[in-house]
Design a protein around this ligand. Structure first.
Ligand code: B16
Ligand code: MG
Length: 212
């Protein structure tokens, strides 16, 4: 049996702009500026680790209580923004690609760091297409640890070596390789150097590409 595991943010939909808006508002409140370049460091990274990185950029220390409160505040703002997501926000070619590989007998799973993955998939009306959904609520170790992808392979009952991962983040590509899977990067070749292959879009992506 063969399987394809999809990362969510940056692969199926791009909510990086909403994460950025919520994180930069938080930084402003704490008295520093958080730039778009800084935001690149948070892609594929868990919420808690993201806040740690943000605070180190601003040289800010918080008590545990404040830390939890700010993480919740950021998430509340992010959720308000992603409530507006609709199927029109699915990245070009993704849904068609999923439908084509399912027809070919591939099992499919989500492998995302986000605790909001289910909410996002529901808004995109994609939930029913997945045989398994593994997200930030089901795992404890963040990418580049392979836990999320191994859990996806286990949920599908597919050997990791027969799984192909689609990922947009450097940490996620490392996680896929650490899981013993083939990894296709979604984005720029010079950034995603550890991927077995890199694509820029799912539009007109041939299924032969998966077999090669
Ligand atoms: P949440 P992915 C990741 O999703 C995002 O890339 C990353 O920017 C975000 O911090 C992380 O989810 C956690 O998200 O706050 O919603 O739990 O790319 O792994 O699908
Ligand atoms: Mg991602």
């Amino acid at each position: 049996m063969k399987a394809v595991i999809f990362d969510l943010d940056g692969v199926i939909v791009d909510t990086a702009k909403y994460h950025y808006l919520a994180w930069s508002n938080l930084a402003n409140e704490l008295g520093f500026t958080f730039t778009k370049d800084d935001n690149e460091l948070l892609k594929g990274v868990s919420r808690i680790r993201s806040l740690e990185i943000l605070l180190s950029i601003g040289n800010v220390t918080l008590s545990d209580e404040e830390f939890t409160r700010y993480a919740e505040k950021k998430n509340d703002e992010y959720i308000k923004l992603i409530e507006q997501l609709t199927p029109n926000d699915i990245l070009p070619g993704v849904k068609d690609f999923i439908l084509r590989i399912k027809k070919e007998g591939y099992k499919i799973s989500l492998g995302s760091a986000s605790k909001n993955a289910q909410f996002i998939l529901d808004h995109l009306e994609l939930t029913n297409l997945f045989d398994a959904i593994i997200d930030g609520n089901s795992v404890s170790k963040a990418k580049p640890d392979p836990e999320v992808f191994i859990a996806a392979a286990n949920a599908l009952g597919v050997d990791p070596k027969n799984c192909i991962v689609f990922e947009d983040a450097v940490a996620g590509i490392e996680a896929g390789k650490n899981a013993g899977m083939r990894v296709i990067g979604v984005g720029e070749k010079d950034v995603l150097t550890q991927a077995d292959r890199v694509i820029t879009t799912f539009e007109n992506l041939s299924l032969d590409y998966l077999e090669a």
